[in-house]
Design a binder for this molecule. Structure first.
Ligand code: CUA
Length: 342
């Protein structure tokens, strides 16, 4: 009775685990199987061929092994089974068949890798540089002279040549619906190409362990219609407009300098800081802090009150934003200033 119960419990645990694992698939925001761009589609196509081959042979080899284990189990007689050592047909067969399968998979894989690694050229292409920082993403558009953070805007139907660099440790940039992950390595420049079919927001994250807030290093790729993208870059290339004198926002701008924010954050036309995200057009973003929080006053207030409490960082070692011990009034003014950075 006891044994039967424990068997039932094992089965129950298995079912529960499977359900939990499958429930993870229900979140479609980062589903690698929902390819939404040319590069992701090529990778998906490769998977559509290789996965069934792997699945067929998994069940074939596993099933046959199981069958043989049961059928030829020790029944207590000592007769040796028929020996097949030196059987040319068998040995040639089990060498040639796996070799042929590996050859097919290998050719398809290598040709896909070469294909998606090719730098895109031509009229419908553009270039951006992604820089990984502990723990946020910096995006630079060299031709458009735009620098932004965490949310990468791209035009639809355009091949984007992405150059990947790191400011500190190894990260990995991954927008699953658009392309596979590519590592971001200090002292090395990596490349990838992405392209989105239609306008929309594509979610992603850092996928190489990079310290305390690795899990809080998310990203978004926002694909826009070409005209909207052009307008966006023109607007993003402008310096920030100074707030009107005598307003709370103007006080906030003063605090931004006196409290030291300006030492880390660039605000075009106002401050130059190379440590934290460029905030010139902060108020045009959906999120902040490694794209983990929606940008709204409530979240900003909580953040400014104690940043390392909201997102694990190590400001004592120069990693991430320190607690500036701001008063409620100072926070209100700083938020008023940040709100003007459209
Ligand atoms: Cu950056 Cu993990």
């Amino acid at each position: 009775m006891r044994a039967r119960w424990s068997g039932a419990r094992t089965r129950l645990t298995l079912v529960a685990t499977t359900l939990v694992v499958l429930a993870g698939c229900a979140n479609t925001k980062q589903n690698i199987l929902h390819a939404q761009g040319e590069v992701a589609r090529k990778e998906d196509h490769l998977w559509n061929i290789v996965f069934p081959i792997a699945a067929i042979f998994f069940f074939l080899v596993g099933g046959l092994s199981l069958f043989i284990i049961i059928k030829f189990r020790d029944r207590g007689d000592d007769r040796a089974p028929k020996q097949v050592h030196g059987n040319t047909i068998l040995e040639a067969g089990w060498t040639a068949i796996p070799a042929a399968i590996l050859l097919v998979v290998g050719i398809l894989t290598v040709s896909t890798v070469i294909d998606i690694n090719r730098t895109a050229a031509g009229p419908d292409t553009m270039a951006v540089t992604v820089v990984g920082h502990q723990w946020w993403w910096e995006y630079k558009y060299p031709a458009e002279k735009v620098t932004t953070a965490n949310e990468l805007h791209i035009p639809v139907g355009t091949k984007v040549n992405v150059t990947l660099q790191s400011a500190d440790v190894i990260h990995s940039w991954w927008p699953p619906k658009l392309a596979g992950k590519v590592d971001v390595i200090p002292g090395r420049t990596n490349h990838m190409v992405i392209e989105a079919d239609k306008a929309g927001t594509y979610y992603g994250q850092c996928t190489e362990y990079c310290g305390l807030s690795h899990a809080n290093m998310r990203l978004r790729v926002i694909a826009m219609e070409k005209d909207a993208f052009r307008t966006w870059t023109q607007q993003q290339a402008q310096p920030a407009t100074a707030p009107a004198a005598g307003t709370a926002a103007a006080d906030g701008a003063g605090l931004f300098r006196s409290k030291g924010c300006s030492g880390c954050h660039t605000v075009g036309g106002y401050s130059v800081g190379a440590v934290g995200p460029n905030l010139t057009h902060f108020a045009s973003r959906e999120t902040f802090a490694g794209a983990i929080f929606d940008r709204n006053n409530e979240n900003l207030r909580r953040w400014l009150l104690d940043p390392p409490k909201e997102k694990p960082m190590n400001p004592d070692k120069g990693l991430g934003m320190p607690n500036l011990h701001l008063t409620d009034d100072e926070i209100t003014k700083l938020i008023a200033y940040l709100d003007t950075l459209k």
